[in-house]
Design a protein around this ligand. Structure first.
Ligand SMILES: Nc1ncnc2c1ncn2[C@@H]1O[C@H](COP(=O)(O)OP(=O)(O)OP(=O)(O)O)[C@@H](O)[C@H]1O
Ligand SMILES: [Mg+2]
Length: 322
């Protein structure tokens, strides 16, 4: 069982070295993504969700640096393999969709050309030979009249359709892992629901694993098998959906769930809990949540809590359980 994870992060830390000092964006995080499963990463703005995803994709650039850790994909450390191997893996076996589909699509190329580009980076192919595959991909993401769409430009499509195109491009290389970073925040509510439904359907159909990054606990409740809760660059709690929703342990997770929007009132963001987010520049060694925590103990301020495990899958970093 130990070695069966598709993707595993071990003690990964990422910092940005800014003129003001070291911003510790991701602090010693570890987690596993199992084959064909959906992992939800939840946390408020600035908690390190995107930076942790970028580190998997090799997208951490100056002034950022992966300081330590291992990122194992099928047992191989992505931080140690050659550039060529990296290019083959990232974008192909592991691909990512981003928040805003308009900025990631090139306005001067047709939809067909862009999907062809995505295909051609993975497999040497001619345009003619790949038309069928492009149509198949557009079908998969629920775009009707795909042969007509191929000839259109991004501005001729709605936001929801553009996000579908982005998903089609991300699927072009038949990835084993799809990272979706807030894939619906730029879309209106009904379209959001459709895109999430689509990701769920595709995940089931082609049995890929998905890392779904979101502010929205409601979204992960629907889609995820497992959940990671991040705060201030650390994973403060993780477990199955049932662990987290039925039996939250960390005061931060409990606060988030308490503030969960009611289903009868549409709110797409979490209601913020009391207090100011921590300053990643001047972080102390203790629990990142200590300054906002209503149950804060003396020990929490300067000592990083160890991980306590409950029923195998459920883990929490909190001194209350020591
Ligand atoms: N290029 C950069 N230079 C300096 N700091 C950065 C850089 N990129 C990210 N950070 C910092 O890293 C921290 C984590 O950012 P990240 O984008 O991962 O947050 P997030 O959880 O994805 O938030 P959001 O929900 O708003 O997308 C933030 O404090 C951010 O300011
Ligand atoms: Mg982000």
């Amino acid at each position: 069982m130990e070695n069966s994870s598709l993707l595993e992060l071990k003690n990964v830390s990422v910092s940005f070295y800014t003129p003001l000092g070291e911003v510790k964006a991701v602090n010693d995080i570890s987690y596993k993504l199992e084959k064909s499963s959906v992992l939800g990463i939840v946390g408020e703005s600035g908690s390190g969700k995107s930076v942790s995803a970028y580190s998997i994709m090799g997208l951490i650039d100056n002034p950022g640096k992966i300081k330590s850790g291992e990122i194992l994909f099928e047992g191989r450390d992505l931080l140690k393999i050659s550039e060529e191997e990296k290019r083959n893996l990232r974008g192909d076996q592991i691909s990512m969709i981003f928040q805003d589909p308009m900025t990631s699509l090139n306005p001067v190329y047709t939809v067909g050309d862009q999907i062809f580009e995505a295909l051609a980076t993975h497999h040497r192919t001619t345009k003619k030979a790949s038309i069928n595959r492009i149509v198949e991909l557009l079908d998969l993401v629920g775009i009707n009249e795909p042969r007509k769409r191929i000839k259109q430009y991004p501005h001729e499509l709605s936001g929801g359709m553009r996000q579908r195109i982005m998903i089609a491009m991300a699927l072009a290389g038949d990835p084993k892992v799809l990272i979706a970073d807030e894939p619906t925040t730029a879309l209106d509510v009904t379209i959001q629901a459709q895109i999430l439904e689509l990701i769920k359907d595709i995940q089931k159909k082609i049995q890929m694993a998905v890392i779904l990054i979101t502010h929205d606990f409601g979204i992960v409740a629907d889609l995820a098998d497992d959940i990671i809760v991040m705060y201030g660059g650390s994973i403060i709690e993780s477990g199955s959906v049932y662990n987290i929703f039925d039996n939250p342990k960390h005061p931060y997770t409990k606060g988030l769930l308490k503030s969960l929007p009611r289903v009868d009132i549409k709110q797409d963001k979490l209601i913020p809990i009391e207090g100011t987010p921590i300053d990643l520049l001047n972080m102390r060694d203790g629990c990142p949540f200590s300054s906002r925590c209503e149950e804060c103990l003396k020990v929490c301020i300067d000592n990083k809590p160890n991980v306590t495990s409950f029923e195998n899958t459920h883990k929490v970093s909190c001194w209350l359980y020591r």
